[in-house]
Write a new protein. Structure first.
Length: 321
């Protein structure tokens, strides 16, 4: 569930998300747009395309506030993370990424298939555990909403986590794909502004379109579970709409799926490292916000790329005599 921000806040971003989203490869123009948003003016073709290249251009900025947030997230959980469980399910999730080429070759699943749903099984186990120990609730309580400043701070710090490329490589993200995940956070940031912490939604007691807060999951849980639910539903949706789907729609949808799973892997890895006591506080808050942003963006574009089948992009249907 997301909510619309005020008009002035959306317009303040000044982005055109549909034209700035990278499907696994970032153009020079989009790379320059990304750097410009972070206050870096780069000449045409002057900056390389890897996360390491971008790190050399973008300073990390102040991390003290991020560290305080991470410390508060640790303290705010009501239960203890199970490192063994998280390690086991993360290993299983990493194996699911190996199935993505099979899905690409398959195109549209057959009737009754669970090929897409099988991708998310380990993530659901991680998700249940994180919810049980109040990981999501603590994250929402101690992290700000996706305001421009927080998006910029998070992205700067993501680039300066030296282990990030290796973590993404574990699940098959190439260097261009790694760059696309991070660049998309800034270049399509308008989508992030639509998602709010639960407390920011009007209460059903005072607004006709309000919500019952206790029934709305924390922001980062919504980003995670929403991703998994969208993926789970693709088996039936793609099969039902096969005649309307183009190869481009399926290919783009697979990138959206890979992005969401990649975001979940980053979140799960951060929780695992927290359980093992091997993550810095500023990296914990950065990875929770960053992974949630990746999952939110993946959902928003999956809807546009595949779910919302408009006349201008659907496949032509031959009409017999």
């Amino acid at each position: 569930m997301h909510g619309s921000r005020s008009v002035h806040r959306i317009m303040a971003y000044g982005t055109n998300p549909g034209e700035r989203y990278s499907y696994g490869e970032v153009s020079s123009e989009d790379r320059r747009e990304f750097l410009k948003a972070l206050g870096v003016v780069a000449g045409a073709g002057a900056v390389g395309a890897t996360l390491t290249d971008l790190r050399a251009e973008v300073s990390s900025g102040a991390t003290g506030e991020l560290a305080e947030m991470g410390e508060a997230i640790r303290a705010g959980m009501t239960g203890s993370l199970d490192a063994a469980l998280l390690n086991s399910e993360l290993s299983a999730l990493a194996e699911r990424f190996e199935k993505l080429p099979e899905l690409e070759a398959m195109g549209v699943p057959e009737a009754g298939s669970s090929a897409y749903a099988e991708l998310t099984e380990p993530a659901w186990a991680i998700n249940e555990h994180l919810a049980d120990v109040s990981f999501f609730a603590s994250a929402e309580q101690n992290l700000p909403a996706f305001e421009p400043e927080h998006i910029e701070t998070t992205t700067r710090q993501l680039l300066n986590i030296e282990t990030l490329p290796a973590t993404l490589s574990e699940v098959g993200f190439t260097e261009p794909e790694q760059t696309a995940l991070v660049v998309n956070i800034v270049n399509t940031r308008e989508q992030l502004s639509w998602w709010m912490p639960t407390v920011d939604y009007p209460s059903a007691e005072v607004a006709e379109e309000g919500v019952v807060h206790e029934y709305v999951a924390p922001l980062h849980q919504r980003s995670a579970e929403g991703s998994l639910l969208w993926i789970d539903g693709l088996d039936n949706f793609l099969w039902q709409n096969e005649v309307l789907l183009t190869e481009q729609m399926i290919d783009r949808g697979l990138w959206d799926v890979k992005s969401m799973l990649g975001g979940y892997y980053l979140m799960g890895a951060a929780a695992r490292d927290l359980a093992e006591g091997s993550i810095a506080d500023e990296h914990l808050s950065t990875l929770i916000s960053g992974s949630s942003a990746i999952m939110i963006i993946g959902q928003e574009f999956l809807i546009d790329d595949v779910i919302r089948i408009t006349d201008d992009k659907r496949a032509s249907i031959a009409v017999s005599g």
